[in-house]
Design a binder for this molecule. Sequence first.
Ligand code: HEM
Ligand code: HEM
Length: 223
Amino acid sequence: MYEFIRGPMIWISFLIFIMGLIYQAFKFFSVTRKKEWIVIRLPFNPDQPPPKKWFQRIADGFFSLRKRTVWRTHPTMIVITSIFHVCLFITPLFLLGHNILLDEAWGISLWSFSEAFSDGLTWVVLLCGAIFLFRRIFVRKVRVITTVYDYVILLITAAPFLTGMFAYRQWFDYQTVIFLHILAGEVMFITVPFTKLGHMLFFFFYRFFIGSEYSFSRGTRTW
Ligand code: HEM
Ligand code: HEM
């Protein structure tokens, strides 16, 4: 069991992550269909501005969206969530420990940050995670829409960082901590496509393909 979790299960979980995202993308396109527009051509009016190009429409959508979402109501959350997500992706990708393992397994590796810098980024992720947690506990309007599921999602996201940080510092028994770290990483990979962590994909699908008050454009697909 121990060897399985530390070996083949890493690749199995990664495969589930990739295949799960591809499956969700297919499902999204199969349950939606192309929007049909009824175009009514009005008599030519020389004062009418020329129709906008697609990138102008997206830019317009983006700027008007700022007025309708947390961009306006809670700009600090936008800063925190942006920092959180950037660190969430770059820390494990450019982590020396991970790249050494990749090099040993496949002879490939990415460029790596210094260990101290990665450790700093790990703390940033954990700090932002703590802010999300306290917001859910103490801000009343967030608490009323929070269920146990939201806490579990936060835990799944923070666990690889928490256990990775413990391993780096050699806190507790290293073998146990690194085992828990690998397990936490695998749980994260497996759950992303099938839980609300799938927003990694659906954020872009909803904002670009489905027209709604939160989308960047008027959308090209409908349910
Ligand atoms: C599933 C396969 C994974 C393996 C085999 C693995 C392995 C490792 C190893 C060997 C270390 C170095 C520990 C040390 O310095 O002694 C480490 C650290 C770390 N891992 Fe992973 N890891 C995995 C998944 C993940 C995932 C999915 C994430 C986050 C999304 C993650 C985040 C981190 C972080 C942030 C650290 C360093 C923490 C610090 O320096 O403070 N790992 N990992
Ligand atoms: C490019 C991909 C992603 C995008 C565009 C994205 C976007 C977002 C957005 C817009 C929010 C809401 C922010 C807010 O409440 O202020 C959010 C929250 C969150 N995202 Fe992502 N996300 C992505 C990938 C991920 C991944 C891969 C994970 C973890 C594996 C993740 C974990 C979270 C968590 C834990 C929250 C906060 C939940 C809470 O409020 O309790 N995200 N994300």
